[in-house]
Design a binder for this molecule. Structure first.
Ligand code: MCA
Ligand code: AMP
Length: 503
């Protein structure tokens, strides 16, 4: 049996001297270099007894070595578990306990804090730092490339990506080889990626956007990638004249617009700007077009589904919409709480079905059953409608979720921790508009009778437990929380009241 994703994508140019990754220091890796690196990594996995279906957790800075771990996992049939580098050891412990990986590759600085948990679940620990060095690379450097490729069917798992849950516990979305390959094929085709492209890659590689959308499309098409460690406006401005495409979250585009070096001339070589992961303001879309002559192409996706919809490459790109369903993907709008399909123009739950839709949540059959219907439609938790032109508009979310700079933050996770702190009776966490990040986290805290907790102390108390990007940027002490007749906190009222919060 062949290996579905490896054969179609990673093996495609494994002997090619064409550049795959251009690095910020001026060096580069060809497709052949990358293939060899990942085959050597796979040899180490095999030495360590990593077998088909075993999870390999990766919490490491964005380097070619970290990216090659993805290819090595696929080669050997292992399941990649990429983790946000901002997660605290507390957060990482949960993922390790839940996913029980065979191996954890982490930054040397984090090793001390998480090694014990890793060992308790039977995971080996190797290190990889921001320069690509560490105990993992030490072993890889003396290994011979693994020749064997493990057989994997289209439905075999390629990765588990955790998404936070509305009730607090993170859920591991299981993605198969074909979930990734089918989506990469659809996007490559739709966005007309070819070997002539050079993609500016400044997104993290622990989420769908930076890892699958950007990397898979480049691998399939043979596009070269300017692989930057993170969003750095100077590097991006410098790269624009030598590149053809950029994929980013809306914050990328508002930051570019804030920079006077973004001009029509600077983007003369670019053919495509893609935005996703959070709503792109129509104002940003229009300002970008006025400045550069380019209409940003907005698309819509989720961890559980990869990409679902996209504005067209050749047709009209409509601001405030996410375009039409991708080829092979069905999208329908249903009345929330039922499966009654709503007519065009009416707002309801966005449901998605297709080869892109995940295999369910890791070891959570009851959660899977709640969100994935027996007929294959996935309930996204996003509310939307199809407009008269057949374009999908996302008008809100049924799930209580904040998206800051493209990172998802679930209020419940923060509220549970705040409610457990001394002097706090209850709390409500909301997202308020933020000029740079789209939304930012604000916590409203009702003190216990007689207590007067200090907002700074409350934020400090979260530090060990929560990644920094989830921390409330402001804590307001309030007398009570507004509730509806059912006793539910009215977050919409809070969002209106605190909309003008200054940070
Ligand atoms: C950094 N910080 C943030 C965020 N990022 N706070 C809230 N939200 C954020 N997204 C905080 C840091 O904790 C730090 O706080 C301060 O900002 C500066 O940190 P730094 O790392 O320098 O920030 P940055 O480089 O300016 O990063 C902002 C960013 C980045 C470029 C917007 O967050 C980013 O690359 N976001 C993309 C996320 C992404 O790929 N999302 C896709 C997932 P302090 O200084 O106070 O300590 S969604 C997905 O994959 C779906 C499927 C889809 O549709 O695409
Ligand atoms: P994640 O759980 O990180 O995969 O985030 C997926 C969520 O991001 C979706 O359910 C949407 O709420 C949101 N999202 C992704 N792309 C867009 C977009 N173009 N416009 C609005 N929201 C988006």
């Amino acid at each position: 049996m062949p290996n579905h994703l490896h054969d179609a994508m990673f093996a495609l140019r494994s002997g090619s001297p064409k550049t795959f990754l251009h690095l910020a220091d001026g060096s580069s890796l060809s497709h052949a270099d990358f293939a060899e690196l990942s085959a050597r990594q796979a040899a180490i996995f095999a030495d360590l007894g990593v077998e088909k279906g075993d999870r390999v957790a990766l919490q490491a800075a964005k380097t070619p070595e970290a990216l090659a771990v993805y290819a090595a996992c696929i080669r050997i049939g292992a399941v990649l578990l990429p983790l946000n580098t901002a997660y605290t050891p507390d957060e990482v412990s949960y993922f390790l306990t839940d996913a029980e990986p065979k191996l954890l590759i982490c930054d040397p600085a984090a090793e001390g804090a998480i090694a014990a948990v890793a060992q308790s679940v039977g995971a080996g620990v190797l290190t990889l730092d921001a320069n690509g060095a560490g105990s993992f690379s030490d072993r890889v450097s003396s290994a011979a490339p693994l020749e064997m490729v493990t057989d994997c069917a289209p439905e075999d798992l390629a990765a588990i990506l955790y998404t936070s849950g509305t009730t607090g516990r993170s859920k591991g979305a299981m993605l198969s080889h074909d979930n990734l390959l089918s989506n990469a094929r659809a996007l490559t085709d739709l966005w007309q990626f070819t070997e002539a492209d050079t993609l500016i890659h400044a997104l993290p590689i622990f989420h769908t956007h930076g890892l699958f959308v950007a990397v898979n499309v480049s691998l399939l098409s043979g596009a070269a990638v300017r692989f930057f460690p993170k969003f750095d406006i100077d590097l991006i401005i410098k790269a624009l004249p030598h590149s053809t495409t950029l994929m980013g979250v809306p914050t990328f585009y508002s930051r570019l617009l804030d920079d006077p070096r973004l001009t029509r001339d600077s983007v003369a070589n670019m053919r495509l700007f893609v935005s996703g992961s959070a709503p792109l303001l129509a104002a940003t879309h229009e300002a970008f077009e006025a400045r550069t002559g380019h209409r940003i192409l907005e698309r819509y996706g989720m961890t559980e589904t990869n990409m679902n919809a996209s504005n067209p490459y050749t047709g009209e790109r409509l601001a405030g919409t996410v375009g039409q369903p991708l080829p092979g993907v069905e999208i329908r709008i249903t009345e929330p709480g039922t499966d009654r399909e709503l007519p065009q123009g009416e707002t309801g739950m966005i449901e998605v079905r297709g080869p892109n839709v995940f295999q369910g949540y890791w070891r959570m059959p009851e959660k899977t059953a709640e969100e994935l219907r027996a007929d294959g439609f996935f309930l996204t938790g996003d509310l939307g409608l199809f407009d008269a032109k057949g374009y999908l508009q996302i008008v809100g979310r049924q799930k209580d979720l904040i998206i800051a700079g493209g990172y998802n933050i679930y209020p419940k996770e923060i509220e549970v921790l705040l409610d457990g702190l001394d002097g706090v009776q209850e709390s409500a966490v909301i997202g308020v508009p933020h000029p740079d990040l789209g939304e930012s986290v604000v916590a409203l805290v009702v003190p216990e009778p007689g207590a007067s907790p200090d907002p700074e102390d409350l934020i400090a108390a979260l530090a060990e437990r929560l990644a920094r990007f989830k921390h409330p940027r402001k804590v307001e002490i309030v007398d009570s929380l507004p509730r509806n007749t059912m006793g539910k906190v009215q977050k919409n009222v809070l969002r209106e009241t605190f909309a003008d919060c200054r940070f």
